[in-house]
Design a protein around this ligand. Sequence first.
Ligand SMILES: Cc1cc2nc3c(=O)[nH]c(=O)nc-3n(C[C@H](O)[C@H](O)[C@H](O)COP(=O)(O)OP(=O)(O)OC[C@H]3O[C@@H](n4cnc5c(N)ncnc54)[C@H](O)[C@@H]3O)c2cc1C
Length: 396
Amino acid sequence: MDFDPPETVRPLLDRIARFVAEVVMPAEEEVMQRGWNAGGPLLEELRGRCRHAGLWGPQIPTELGGLGLGLVEHGLVSEQLGRSPLGHYVFGCQAPDAGNLEILHRYGTPEQKARWLVPLARGELRSCFSMTEPENPGSNPTMLSCRAVKDGDHYVIDGHKWFTSSAEGAAFAIVMAVTDPDASPHTRASMIIVPTDTPGFERVRNIKIMGDPGEGWASHAEIWYRNVRVPVTNLLGGEGAGFLIAQERLGPGRIHHCMRWIGICERVFDTMCRHVARRKIDGDKPLASRQIAQAWIAESRAEIDASRLMVLNAAWTIEHKGFAAAREQVSLIKFYVANVMQQVIDRAIQLHGALGISSDTVLAHYYVHERGARIYDGPDEVHKMVVAKRILARYS
Ligand SMILES: Cc1cc2nc3c(=O)[nH]c(=O)nc-3n(C[C@H](O)[C@H](O)[C@H](O)COP(=O)(O)OP(=O)(O)OC[C@H]3O[C@@H](n4cnc5c(N)ncnc54)[C@H](O)[C@@H]3O)c2cc1C
């Protein structure tokens, strides 16, 4: 296996890396300080420049105006974009829209595609994905309470959701609701498109993340669905297909997340190396002269490189052998890379001293907002269980 970027994407990766460094990163401070809503016009300007440069929507199919990259190629792009907290948003491949776009493209009816997919792909509207419920374990989504009951040619949805990322300002939600409580656990639920201006859709609040209230795309909402009526034509895929679609959404999504986390690791690693090389701690001697700094740099380098090879290997397996063949690898990378990222950020903060927990560098942002990586899309423990069970089955 050759994990060098294919010749076809190498020039593109170079251009993207330059665009991130020269256009996106300089805008970070303004957006992060003013917030995502006040920073909206600047973000739109950056998106315009990205489109103009022919870089919009790396993973979006070409017929929808994107670059139509495959999983490995987009993984490599995702790494470059992860180097800035604004990267994925500016390039139109941010979660949860990227996942929603993928399932609308695959399962949407022509009418659903015209109404939701096309403007989503153009970046003209945003969306959210509403599955997790405060009263039930998100790690076991067969235990959902939210119900969608058929009433003539409508579904009536009642339920309580939270951690619906990016709901503030979203035009529609894809809601996971139980349509047949008597069906087998994995065929009980369906995905239904709910425009957020439907009566009964109530965004209660944005949930604070370690003190940060969040806003706009960078927020996580608690939502009540009370007697929400939507036409049955808003059903996505078949009735009872919710879990099947969710699995398909999560497979490539985990590759994208892991590569984004590797991009974060690289940015943090770079920040850490620059700091220890510059910071004098004993007369003329820099922090880099201390063994602990050297050890953390060497360990971080090894772990980031290992992560990249593991993720590319998983992406390659999905592309060449299908998702089923990569199930174990996908669980491995999900918990391994999330922990590497957390460890690398923590080391960098420690070596920066007080500066590390200030908002004068990007480190504190990543520390707060990437801690969730070990929880969403399956907590560490569940992925470890999946991996161990599959391995041990080969010994029984
Ligand atoms: C930043 C962020 C963004 C999110 N965005 C979305 C979104 O857009 N849409 C959405 O629907 N949801 C979203 N979520 C929710 C996410 O999917 C859930 O948090 C996740 O599925 C875990 O569910 P839970 O929080 O209910 O934890 P629980 O299921 O209650 O689990 C709690 C803890 O118990 C342990 N645990 C659970 N199961 C097992 C097991 N089988 N064996 C051993 N230990 C176990 C783990 O340590 C786990 O962290 C988001 C979460 C975060 C943090």
